[in-house]
Write a protein that binds this ligand. Structure first.
Ligand SMILES: CC(C)(COP(=O)(O)OP(=O)(O)OC[C@H]1O[C@@H](n2cnc3c(N)ncnc32)[C@H](O)[C@@H]1OP(=O)(O)O)[C@@H](O)C(=O)NCCC(=O)NCCS
Length: 201
């Protein structure tokens, strides 16, 4: 059988990267989580230039294309009292491992004593929101975190106004631990309430 040049390129990409896969059994839809290269971070920076996003995530999502490190720092920021400085783990969310990412998942603030970690997730490409991909991505990263990192508690800090994110977490079994009133400073200086949610192994 003849193998085309494009097949060879595809195979070598698939071989180099390991993807975590999650399927929605009823529909067959899948997401893949994979380590993310610089050019893909640039793509996320472009997608994040959406004026509606800062009010949902609580930080200024507008970065220059070459500010990849600053962007990674922003998505790796953590908010909960027990979270500690740790090397963040950032994954691209892919619908096809050969395409560009539609969003990201970030694990940050690992506390090695309490075995807690914070998670952040965003489907930055608006046309792919509300289709179940965020939930699939979070479900897969939770499995990875509990099984591979030996973490006991996955936590999320979500603005109290971000109903879709709170609902997504509740759907996956996260429970509200605390409402942290006026705990988060928005880009315009206003203080907002954060919901502290946790999923335990
Ligand atoms: C929040 C976000 C990650 C959810 O991902 P998504 O792919 O859009 O959401 P899903 O389609 O997987 O939906 C998962 C659940 O979220 C909830 N949800 C999704 N969209 C919603 C909406 N517009 N209003 C209320 N709840 C909503 C639902 O409970 C849904 O579960 P269900 O379909 O079983 O009812 C995504 O919308 C996003 O990135 N938004 C912008 C950035 C952001 O808010 N990030 C989170 C910061 S903490």
């Amino acid at each position: 059988m003849l193998i085309s040049a494009s097949n060879l390129v595809e195979n070598s990409i698939m071989e180099k990267k390991t993807f975590l896969e999650q399927e929605h059994k009823a529909t067959g839809f899948k997401v893949f989580l994979g380590s993310i290269e610089d050019s893909h971070v640039k793509h996320l920076i472009k997608l994040a230039q959406d004026p509606k996003l800062p009010d949902l995530v609580g930080w200024n999502t507008f970065f220059e294309l070459d500010e990849t490190e600053k962007f990674i720092d922003a998505i790796s920021d953590y908010a909960l009292p027990y979270s500690q400085k740790s090397k963040p783990m950032v994954f691209g969310v892919y619908l096809n491992p050969l395409d560009l990412p539609i969003g990201y998942v970030a694990l940050k603030g690992l506390n090695m004593e309490l075995l807690t970690i914070e998670v952040g997730v965003a489907i930055l490409d608006e046309k792919y929101r509300n289709k179940g991909y965020g939930k699939l991505a979070l479900k897969r990263i939770a499995k990875y975190t509990f099984n591979e990192l030996q973490v006991q508690t996955i936590a999320a800090a979500i603005l109290s106004s971000n109903n879709s994110s709170i609902n997504m977490c509740k759907n996956l079994g996260f429970v509200v631990k605390e409402i942290m009133y006026n705990s988060w400073t928005m880009p315009n200086g206003d203080l907002e309430d954060m919901v502290w949610m946790e999923l335990t192994k």
